[in-house]
Every structure is written in structure tokens, then in C-alpha cells.
Design a protein around this ligand. Structure first.
Ligand SMILES: Cc1cc2nc3c(=O)[nH]c(=O)nc-3n(C[C@H](O)[C@H](O)[C@H](O)COP(=O)(O)OP(=O)(O)OC[C@H]3O[C@@H](n4cnc5c(N)ncnc54)[C@H](O)[C@@H]3O)c2cc1C
Length: 397
């Protein structure tokens, strides 16, 4: 077997501590998570046992700074961990990845008082959610209607959100809305943290989904929900900055999730192609199969290498990486869908049956093209980098 993917992993500069932690995660994922994945998918039960296992490895501490009880490992290590978890159980992958998506804005834009209250809980193994999407539109985030009203040392939150991952089990939720008095444009968008059991916060519905069935996706309502002003992230009207900083970190993480699913599907495709016989030879003996696998292997290798590149940029402190992050999310999500589709097709009728890993991977892959900005929105974002505002012929790339 080729060392192609192993060599790409080796190119990711990890410390000894990170390499050891990743090996533990891989063991856990390939063992207990893989064993539980079928039942979790079938039952749609929240994967509490997996969460306890992640917490036994103290994985949340990875992305929390040391002064709040964390160990602050690299973003590279975080992405590779998301990939390993998602290979085995995409539902657990999305939940753990979302813990980071919601913690990062608090770390970057929260005041000391808020960090003191929220981050140690996360380091101990809490669950967090990030709430942007509303019924009025997910892609068009500026159409959001949730309102924040200034009451001096308190902020009142009124409105609703849809499709919020872990919204029903989260210890805290980062909520985006418009600051009353700042108008109705993106300049009014702000972000606050709402903690669990805050009066006025209710879960109004839970989705039944095609894939990622063990992760909960819920609708939320905020009715005169009062939070301390210290829960405001940045200043009123700074929400778009908070949002883009969050997306620059969460989109590569969705790509890592997609790559985990793509790797698993590729593994299944290769294994089946080598062992299933038709017309007197294994499926891999047919050139059509060889070409399909070669195309997928090439895309997997290049996308994995790009993930290592983007993670390196984040770890170097670069903030302005909207284009790089969108390219990664787009490429990885399309690859996950194409690989899962190809792997299912190779399995023939057996791939279409509940309980087969490729069937679950096919359903899980689809979400990566939709959430955290659809792939159409990623394409628009990428194209924006190449538009000249004044119509000049040459651009500096
Ligand atoms: C399982 C799941 C988990 C989720 N978790 C979260 C979460 O934790 N937090 C959160 O805030 N949100 C979450 N979401 C919401 C998700 O991010 C949105 O569903 C997504 O951004 C798309 O928004 P929408 O569903 O309103 O679709 P719309 O925005 O209505 O888009 C519909 C279609 O139109 C296309 N489209 C829209 N605008 C354009 C355009 N300008 N050009 C071309 N095509 C366009 C889209 O690509 C899409 O294909 C989750 C969704 C799901 C399904």
C-alpha cells in the first residue's frame, strides 16, 4: 500500500505532544466511535458516550488557552483531529468541531469577565453552539431579524434561529443579531453569548435529517432574553468582523470533516474494488475502476495538502484568509460527495442498503456542501478576490 497520505500527514508540523494526542484520537475513532456509528445513525440519539470519551482525552482543552484551563495546541492539530473523528462518526465530528467554532470568537473577542465564566467550563468538556442562520435566509446572513436592545449593563435578545448544531445541549451559544438603533444593514450586526438556562431561551424544534443524524440540529427562540453586557463580543456593530473571523476558522474545519468522510469512502472503495469479483476479475482490474480511483486519489492528495497549507497560515497568525478557507471548503466538500457517490456506485446494490458504511458516508457527505456557507457561496467568495473594483485589466494576486 502506498505511503502517499502518510507522507502528507508527516508534512504537517506537529509537536511530539500533538502527534501522541492524534494517535490516541485515531485509536478511539477507529475503535469505539466506528463501532457505535451505525447504531447512533439509526437511533438519532445524541452521542453522549462519544462525548465522554473525547472528554476523557481532554480534547476540548486543545483549543482553550492555558490561562483558562486549556493547553492551546495548534490549529493544525485541531483540524487533523476533526478529520480523524469524522472518518469514524461524522455526527461526533460536527459536534466537537462546533465546540471550537463557538469558542474561538469568545477567545478572540470576549472580555475577561466572560472568558472567566465560559472558557474553563469548555476546557472541562462543555458543549457550545454558534447561531447565525434564521428562517429569513442562511446565505444572506445580513437579512437576520434577531434584535439586541441596549439596557445599559444588560442586553435584551429577541428573535429566533434555525438549524443550530447542538443548540439544545450547549452550555453557551454565540448568537448573531442586529443592534437596535444601528439600522438594518450589516453595520448593525453584533454578537452576544447566551448561557444555558437563560430565561427566555427555548428550543422550539429538532430536525430529522438525511445524515449526521446523531448530532442535534434545532430551532431556537429568544423572548426577552437578558444577558450581561459583558457577554457582548467586541463592540455593538462589530458582528461582521466577529462573523468573518469565525468563518475563516470554521470553514477549514468543515473541510477537515469532509476530508475525513472522503478518506473513509475512498478506503471502502479500494477495499471493495480489490475483493469483489465480476467477469472473473476483481473490480479494480477494470480500467474504468482504476481511472475513477486514480482521479479521486489525486484530488484527495491535493486537497489534504491544501488543508495543511491553510492550517499553517492560521497557525502563523494570518487573519486575511477568506479566499484560502473558501477554496478548501469547496474542494473538500465536493470531493467528499464525489468520493462517497463513487464508492457507493462501486458497491452496486449492496451500497444502497442501510447499515453499509458507504450508504451512511453518502448521506453524511451531503451536509458538507451545505452548511457553514453553501458551496455556491464559497464560489462567490473566491470569485470576489479576482474582481477589480475600478475595472483595471491587471490585478495583484
Ligand atoms: C445539519 C445542519 C447543521 C447546521 N448547523 C448550523 C449551525 O450550527 N449554525 C448556523 O448558524 N447554521 C447552521 N446551519 C445552517 C446552514 O449554514 C444553512 O442552511 C446554509 O448556510 C444555507 O442557508 P439556507 O438553508 O437558508 O439556504 P438559502 O440561503 O436559502 O440557499 C438556498 C440555495 O440557494 C443558493 N443560493 C443562495 N444565494 C445564492 C447566490 N447569491 N448565488 C447562487 N446561489 C445562491 C444556495 O447555495 C442554496 O443552494 C446548519 C444546517 C444544517 C442542514
Amino acid at each position: 500500500m502506498t505511503r502517499l497520505f502518510e507522507r502528507i500527514r508527516e508534512a504537517a508540523s506537529l509537536t511530539d505532544e500533538e502527534t501522541a494526542m492524534l494517535a490516541e484520537v485515531r485509536n478511539l475513532a477507529n475503535g469505539r466511535f466506528a463501532e457505535r456509528a451505525v447504531d447512533l445513525d439509526e437511533s438519532e440519539m445524541f452521542p453522549w458516550e462519544n462525548i465522554r470519551d473525547l472528554n476523557a482525552l481532554e480534547l476540548n482543552r486543545m483549543f482553550i488557552p492555558a490561562e483558562y484551563g486549556g493547553i492551546g495546541l495548534s490549529y493544525m492539530c485541531y483540524l487533523l483531529t476533526v478529520k480523524e473523528i469524522s472518518r469514524a462518526c461524522a455526527s461526533t465530528g460536527i459536534i466537537w468541531a462546533t465546540n471550537y467554532h463557538a469558542s474561538a470568537p469568545v477567545i478572540e473577542f470576549g472580555g475577561t469577565n466572560l472568558k472567566d465564566r465560559v472558557l474553563p467550563r469548555m476546557a472541562e468538556g462543555g458543549i457550545a453552539a454558534l447561531a447565525i442562520t434564521e428562517e429569513s435566509g442562511g446565505s444572506d446572513a445580513t437579512s437576520m431579524r434577531t434584535r439586541f436592545t441596549d439596557h445599559g449593563d444588560q442586553v435584551e435578545v429577541d428573535g429566533s434561529k434555525v438549524f443550530i448544531t447542538s443548540g439544545d445541549v450547549a452550555d453557551f451559544i454565540v448568537v448573531f443579531g442586529k443592534w437596535l438603533g444601528l439600522g438594518d444593514t450589516s453595520a448593525a450586526i453584533s454578537a452576544v453569548v447566551i448561557e444555558k438556562a437563560t430565561a427566555g431561551l427555548t428550543v422550539t424544534g429538532k430536525e430529522q435529517k438525511l445524515g449526521h443524524r446523531a448530532s442535534s440540529t434545532v430551532s431556537l427562540r429568544f423572548d426577552h432574553c437578558f444577558v450581561p453586557r459583558a457577554n457582548l463580543l467586541g463592540a455593538p456593530g462589530q458582528g461582521m468582523e466577529v462573523l468573518f473571523a469565525a468563518l475563516n476558522r470554521s470553514r477549514p474545519s468543515v473541510a477537515a470533516q469532509a476530508l475525513g468522510i472522503a478518506e473513509a469512502a475512498f478506503e471502502e472503495a479500494c477495499s471493495y474494488a480489490n475483493t469483489r469479483f465480476a467477469f472473473g476479475q476483481p473490480l479494480i482490474g477494470f480500467q474504468a475502476t482504476q481511472i475513477a480511483l486514480a482521479d479521486l486519489a489525486s484530488r484527495l492528495a491535493l486537497t489534504e495538502r491544501w488543508l495543511v497549507h491553510v492550517a499553517g497560515l492560521v497557525d502563523s497568525g494570518l487573519q486575511d484568509l477568506v479566499t484560502e478557507a473558501s477554496i478548501l471548503k469547496l474542494a473538500a466538500a465536493d470531493l467528499a460527495m464525489d468520493t462517497a457517490d463513487r464508492a457507493l456506485q462501486l458497491h452496486g446494490g449492496y451500497g444502497y442498503v442501510r447499515g453499509e458504511r458507504v450508504e451512511r458516508l453518502f448521506r453524511d457527505a451531503k451536509l458538507t456542501q451545505i452548511w457553514e456557507g453553501t458551496n455556491e457561496i464559497q464560489r462567490l467568495q473566491i470569485a470576489r478576490a479576482f474582481r477589480s473594483p475600478k475595472g483595471e485589466r491587471s490585478l495583484q494576486w
